[in-house]
Design a protein around this ligand. Structure first.
Ligand SMILES: [Zn+2]
Length: 154
């Protein structure tokens, strides 16, 4: 399942994080994913993730609202045996959490309370713009190495 935390107008506190572009919305709709509107509620994506995580049935792909992957990126992530992967938005890969991030269902089983743990880190961690980074932080706290990096987005 693709989750795309987004806002309809750019946040004055985080102007560089942009707003949802129509191409990205169209891609998420085509892929049966969910755009999560966080315009009025910055923690809406965290709560949605909590729900999806509790079901633990699906591969989760986080898509940044400024990222636009193609079928090749998704195929690579879905087919990869690693549990935590990313297609970074640039070749530097330091900003991996702003591209596409994959979390396998195995990892969700193994770390069943992980999203609750993110919630305990505070409002910053629950904020839509930093949720994939907070997920990475919580995984590293548990000595999960990663993310396994794939080709950067075009
Ligand atoms: Zn991988």
């Amino acid at each position: 399942m693709i989750l795309c935390p987004s806002v309809s107008e750019s946040d004055p506190h985080w102007p560089e994080r942009g707003r949802l572009e129509w191409e990205v919305r169209a891609f998420v709709d085509r892929s049966d994913g969910r755009v999560i509107d966080c315009s009025r509620d910055p923690e809406a994506a965290w709560r949605e993730l909590l729900e999806v995580w509790e079901r633990r049935g699906d591969l989760i792909l986080f898509l940044d609202q400024l990222a636009l992957p193609n079928e090749r990126h998704l195929g690579e992530l879905e087919g990869c045996p690693h549990d935590w992967c990313a297609c970074p938005p640039s070749p530097s890969s330091l900003d991996w959490f702003r591209g596409v991030v994959k979390v396998s269902w195995r990892l969700q089983h193994r770390h069943a309370d992980l999203v609750q743990r993110i919630g305990e880190l505070g409002p910053f961690a629950r904020h839509w713009a930093w949720l994939p980074a907070a997920l990475g932080h919580a995984l590293r706290e548990r000595h999960v190495s990663g993310p396994h990096l794939h080709h950067p987005l075009p």
